[in-house]
Design a protein around this ligand. Structure first.
Ligand SMILES: Cc1cc2nc3c(=O)[nH]c(=O)nc-3n(C[C@H](O)[C@H](O)[C@H](O)COP(=O)(O)OP(=O)(O)OC[C@H]3O[C@@H](n4cnc5c(N)ncnc54)[C@H](O)[C@@H]3O)c2cc1C
Length: 507
């Protein structure tokens, strides 16, 4: 490899997570030559897949939504004129709580009936879920329209009344009420329903009912009431489809290109240097990295801004994940996604999690596991820092958590038996830092909080000419739909910037 090689593009995207890929595709669609630089050997970050011992596991995300009307992946498909390969799951999820199985039906009425049967108080449950679905529908519709949100200048503020229907404004009050407040007002705040809601929110909002604004919580809680999809062969297939599309437009995704430095260079260009010593130049750089990572790779004039952001968002979760291969002893009609609650008061050693999330490969997905076997992706939350300071106890602690997860699965996941496990391995925040390079293995974005207003989210444009952001630590936050929206939104910021500065796409 020639260490002095120089490359030019109209825009450089650092990181090929779903946020970065969406941004790159939007720009390529609109005529820009984009280079995506990805540190790992495959693209996709936390929404990708990897092979181990001939099986395919998901790197992080396993549930896939966002393809319904007004939702970001549908918008991306429409913009690019493609249909991503996917198969709908219905029902998408089963929650195992205190010996009962709660099926998260997509159909609103069926779900309200199920919630009423399992938690009692049909009137209260109806009130809660109808409100949640209404708020969620509005959130998707309104967030899709407001690509310049949060407002960063006077023009953005002035756009708001013209782009929005005043009839949608009342929903904003739910930015100031927590999910718990709404549960109380609907009369459904029983301890058991609270446990259910808390764990459902942890996988979507990274926060519990008392600290999640209902505005976001409503969308998180009702995500099973929209179309949920499965990708045969793993989510990497979806990313590869986007990569192929990008390349067909003359843009490129370069893997094994870890960016180690970003600085403004001459002639209004940025210089982006990779670990291999290659230099990439472009008038626009979009970072798809978490804000915590950026201070380490930016030049001194940019660094303080990212340091400040990192200080502001100190709290974030890590994940314990497990890949498991199990004999196919599962019922034919078993849903693929399961949230498994532990007994009340029980928590996973080291991680402290009170539930695990299990996603199984489809019976006939012989790409992920050969016939007669299934792969299982298991995940739960954990604080991160402790995993980096275990003084020689790391391997033992990891093995302890792994054994405990397998034990819980044997007790609570129908069809699961430790003797039928063919392969099992765990990953901690240390692993996560190594494979998606996320600082301290912090994943899943910034947890929702009642202390942060909507306007307080990190916006898509950094206060440095030509430097932009997308991904799960900027608005609107985590999840594949969230980061896809961030990728769509950042394109409009870039377009505006290029128009204003009259910088021409020249490369
Ligand atoms: C265990 C787990 C389960 C989840 N489950 C779900 C789910 O079921 N459904 C859902 O919608 N969401 C889920 N999420 C959340 C979702 O996966 C993420 O929020 C989303 O994929 C993040 O996308 P992103 O584009 O922000 O960043 P990432 O996916 O983190 O992508 C960033 C990319 O940048 C690369 N990179 C980092 N540093 C550098 C560098 N210096 N140079 C070049 N490249 C670099 C990384 O390798 C990575 O590919 C889950 C997350 C985790 C961790």
């Amino acid at each position: 490899m020639n260490s002095k090689q120089k490359f030019y593009a109209d825009a450089i995207v650092v990181g090929s997570g779903m946020g970065g890929m969406s941004a790159a595709c939007m720009m390529a669609k609109n005529g820009l030559k984009v280079t995506v630089l990805e540190a790992a050997h495959v693209p996709g970050g936390c929404s990708s897949s990897y092979k181990r011992k001939g099986y395919i596991f998901e790197s992080g995300a396993t549930t896939l939504v966002g393809f319904d009307e007004h939702q970001p992946l549908k918008r991306l498909e429409d913009e690019l004129g493609i249909e991503l390969q996917k198969t709908e799951l219905n029902p998408s999820m089963c929650v195992h709580l205190d010996g009962e199985q709660i099926t998260r039906y997509k159909n609103d009425e069926k779900w309200i009936q199920e919630a009423s049967e399992k938690f009692g108080n049909p009137k209260g449950q109806r009130k809660f879920w109808e409100l949640a679905k209404n708020v969620s529908d509005t959130v998707w519709r309104v967030s899709g329209k407001n690509v310049f949100f949060p407002p960063q200048n006077i023009t953005d503020w002035l756009r708001l009344p013209f782009q929005n229907n005043p009839a949608d404004a009342p929903v904003l009050r739910f930015g100031f009420s927590s999910v718990l407040d709404v549960m109380k007002s609907c009369g459904v705040n029983t301890p058991r329903f609270r446990r259910f809601v808390d764990e459902q929110l942890m996988i979507t909002a990274q926060s519990e009912a008392d600290d999640t604004p209902f505005l976001f919580g409503a969308a998180g809680l009702t995500y099973t009431n929209y179309s949920n999809y499965y990708v045969y062969g793993g989510l990497l297939r979806m990313i590869e489809q986007l990569q192929e599309w990008l390349e067909s437009k003359g843009s490129e995704v370069k893997t094994r290109r870890k960016v180690v430095h970003i600085e403004p260079a001459s002639d209004g260009l940025y210089k982006v240097i990779t670990e291999k010593g290659e230099e990439y130049y472009a008038p626009v750089v979009i970072s798809n990295l978490p804000v915590w990572n950026m201070a380490e790779i930016t030049s001194p004039e940019i660094q303080p801004w990212f340091k400040e952001k990192s200080q502001k968002y100190k709290k974030a979760w890590g994940a314990i994940t497990m890949g498991v291969v199990h004999k196919d002893t599962f019922a034919d009609d078993m849903p693929l996604h399961h949230q498994i609650h532990f007994e009340e008061g029980d928590a996973l050693p080291m991680a402290g999690a009170r539930s695990v999330f299990v996603s199984m490969s489809a019976k006939d997905d012989t790409e992920r596991a050969k016939k007669g076997l299934r792969t299982l992706n298991v995940s739960c939350h954990t604080p991160t820092a402790k995993w980096f300071s275990m003084n020689g106890q790391y391997d033992d602690n990891k093995a302890h958590v792994q054994a405990s997860i397998l034990e819980h699965l044997e007790q609570k996941l129908p069809g699961f038996n430790k003797k039928d496990v063919e392969l099992a391995f765990a990953a901690t925040p240390v692993t996560w830092q190594n494979w998606v390079y996320r600082k301290e293995g912090r994943v899943g974005g910034i947890p929702q909080s009642m202390n942060r207003s909507l306007l307080d989210w990190t916006p898509a444009q950094a206060p440095f000419s030509g430097l932009f952001l997308c991904g799960d630590t900027v608005y609107p936050g985590q999840g594949i739909p969230g980061v896809t929206l961030s990728g769509i939104n950042v394109y409009y910021r870039v377009k505006n910037y290029l128009n204003k500065t009259k910088i021409k796409a020249t490369f």
